[in-house]
Design a protein around this ligand. Structure first.
Ligand SMILES: CC(=O)CC(=O)O
Length: 674
């Protein structure tokens, strides 16, 4: 058996595969077009060969539009060579699709570290959006104007985003823990007309005063065309806090009073009308401002939430996210399915992890969106969720943000039980959706993402552009056909050069995502092996860091975290692999543990995968969106000087790695110990 799939075994089977929403779509396609597509994989093949699939999907998802797409005009050439314009005739509004329910069912439930729970019905949500939209309109917001937020994952953020979308403005948000420079690096580029900002938040039990940061940001943006700053009440006390000495600032309640009682109007806009600006998480240089279209986000995220998670109006979806991550925009579209969403603001570890898990149970969460890191925390702390609560409602756990390793697949399934459909998904901010994801009609195999997302022509390329999927070799994740949530452009990238360089420069005309992946020919399941710029290549053996992390999973009681990177300095003939281990409190990296780890890697992978050096470290760099940063450490230890961007959550941690450039000094050895 191929070593990559040696641990592949059947983990879960759907109880009633024919109930999956993707099966309804398959039957619809067969009926409409007289086809005999037999299963998900047949449907996928059709979806990437015939653009009519996107019209079928439109129908299946019941997209609300005032002018439906024309069957004979699905996509036309756009201003950028690589980005066609989809459904040029259609007219719709994203917010109208999300606010289709106006009843007393619960749309959103908000909570946080204080344990207070507030429910908002669809009726209330519609009214709040109406109030906000009228105020924005009367204060001059027009189609295409940008509105920025420094906001928590709260009802206000949802209301602002939907009000802006109803008018055809473009919303862009950052989490409140983003530093001043990080915020300005983003918002100076997009020049918002309005900014909404929190004034005081609570995180990990500490009250954080945001006024100094907000003052600096607002004053700076006033020179860039900002018309008004609107301050939200304190997340801790609910009190309105003033920003002293800064002109053109107002409170949320005063701003809302400038509205009137006109009806909520949904501008009818083209499919490709910009909706959100998201930011690439580059660790150096200025972030790229990725403009996503209303139609693209609506169609793709609704597709993922309905088809991969099987969400219905009976579900409750809890995605742990800040407003700075694409998963916030993703989660928002659940409202278009009538699915209740949970908005959680705060740390899952405060007051403690058990309280947070009980909250998930008590709220009847049926779809839990989480990350491998969070699951590893439950495991590492020895918590047994089913001993805390029954989790009766929970049926899907969807993990993203990093690779879910084979041992974590097994642990999660065993821990939460057989009824759980474990979805591992991978896509990104660049497309605001998934490339590969869950399929409720298919079985789950250990360590494998179940399938390619419908409509996404994902292939595996070698460095010169040959498809190597069928020979079961790892390579670059590429997407060889356009899809509706290709970014519209990067904001401010007048000639499209930055956009082209980011995705299309390696394989002309073909999107390269920057992930390293392999497909199991037997199951068609996918393994993401890490970022392709972090691929390890000692003595010509190419492998992903996730393979090493997977082996380390068995040491989770001792290891808090790890980072595996390649080092190749100008004077080195070959690359070597360095593994950094962050120990749990009270544990140390003893010589015995180090040899056990080397032995485990050798046994599970091969002698050539064993790191040349293993070091203990006290901190591992992460992006503000919780992604481990390998590339910056790789660059540092290989000799580059790095100016960290505002995307690095803990930039001081990078300092820990400079000394490894002079590795012989650190180890006192001239050769690695193998
Ligand atoms: C869907 C995703 O791919 C989310 C992420 O990792 O940013």
């Amino acid at each position: 058996m191929d070593p990559y799939f040696s641990q592949s075994k059947l983990l879960w089977k759907p109880h009633r595969p024919s109930d999956a929403s993707s099966e309804n779509l398959r039957r619809l396609v067969n009926r409409k077009h007289g086809l005999k597509l037999a299963n998900y994989h047949d449907l996928h093949k059709y979806s990437v060969e015939d653009y009519t699939f996107w019209l079928d999907l439109w129908e299946h998802l019941a997209i609300i539009s005032s002018v439906p797409p024309r069957k004979d005009n699905i996509l036309v050439k756009g201003a950028l060579d690589e980005v066609p314009i989809w459904f040029p005739d259609a007219r719709l509004n994203y917010a109208e699709n999300l606010l289709f329910r106006k009843d007393d069912g619960i749309a959103c439930t908000a909570s946080g570290e204080l344990g207070l729970v507030t429910h908002y019905t669809y009726r209330e949500l519609n009214e709040r959006v109406r109030l906000m939209a009228t105020a924005l309109r009367l204060n001059g917001l027009k189609i295409g104007d940008r509105v920025a937020g420094i906001v928590t994952n709260s009802i206000d953020a949802i209301v602002i985003a939907l009000a802006v979308a109803s008018i055809g403005g473009i919303f862009s948000s950052t989490a409140t823990d983003m530093g001043t420079q990080g915020i300005l690096d983003r918002y100076r580029q997009i020049q918002p007309k309005f900014i909404f900002a929190e004034t005081e938040v609570l995180y990990a039990g500490k009250v954080i005063d945001l006024l100094p940061k907000v003052t600096d940001v607002v004053q700076d943006l006033m020179n860039q065309g900002l018309q008004q700053a609107i301050l939200l009440p304190s997340c801790v006390s609910g009190k309105q806090i003033a920003l002293k000495g800064v002109s053109k600032t107002t409170t949320l309640s005063a701003f809302l009073q400038t509205g009137d009682n006109r009806e909520l109007l949904f501008e009818q806009l083209p499919f490709s009308q910009p909706l959100f600006i998201l930011y690439s998480s580059g660790t150096s240089g200025k972030p790229k401002c990725i403009v996503h279209s209303a139609g693209g986000v609506l169609l793709q995220t609704k597709k993922d939430i309905k088809l991969s998670f099987n969400a219905t109006p009976d579900d409750t979806y809890f995605q742990y996210t800040t407003t700075g991550w694409m998963m916030w925009a993703f989660m928002l579209t659940s409202l278009a399915l009538g699915t209740r969403i949970i908005l959680y603001d705060g740390s899952p570890f405060h007051p403690d992890l058990k309280t947070y898990l009980k909250f998930i149970n008590d709220q009847g969460v049926s779809i839990l969106g989480t990350s491998p890191r969070f699951l590893a925390e439950i495991q590492g702390r020895g918590i047994k969720p089913l001993e805390l609560a029954p989790f009766d409602a929970l049926r899907t756990i969807a993990s993203t943000g990093a690779v879910l390793t084979p041992p974590m697949f097994e642990w999660t399934q065993q821990t939460f039980g057989d009824k759980i459909h474990l979805v591992s998904t991978s896509g990104g901010t660049d497309i605001c959706t998934s490339f590969v994801t869950g399929a409720p009609s298919l079985p789950v195999y250990t360590g494998e993402i179940q399938a390619k997302s419908l409509g996404m022509k994902v292939e595996v390329f070698d460095p010169v552009g040959n498809n190597i999927e069928h020979i079961c070799q790892p390579g670059e994740l590429v997407c060889t056909r356009p899809h509706p949530s290709l970014p519209v452009c990067f904001w401010g990238d007048e000639n499209g050069q930055k956009f082209h360089d980011a995705y299309f420069s390696i394989y002309p005309g073909i999107w390269r995502q920057g992930d390293f992946m392999i497909v199991n020919p037997a199951t068609k399941g996918i393994m993401i092996l890490g970022r392709s710029d972090g691929v390890l290549n000692p003595s010509g053996v190419r492998f992903g860091s996730a393979e090493i992390y997977s082996v380390l999973e068995q040491y989770s009681e001792s290891l808090d975290d790890s980072l595996c990177v390649g080092q190749r300095r100008p004077q080195d003939k070959d690359e070597r692999v360095l593994l950094f281990l962050k120990m749990r409190s009270g544990k140390t990296l003893t010589p015995t543990l180090e040899s056990q780890i080397r032995e485990s890697i050798k046994k599970a992978l091969s002698a050539r995968h064993v790191p040349a050096y293993i070091f203990e470290t006290t901190d591992i760099p992460y992006t503000v969106n919780g992604k481990k940063i390998e590339i910056a450490v790789k660059q540092i230890i290989s000799g580059s000087n790095l100016q960290p961007s505002g995307t690095v959550a803990n930039p001081e941690s990078l300092q820990l790695y400079y000394k490894y450039r002079d590795i012989e000094k650190v180890t006192g050895q001239s050769k690695p110990k193998l």
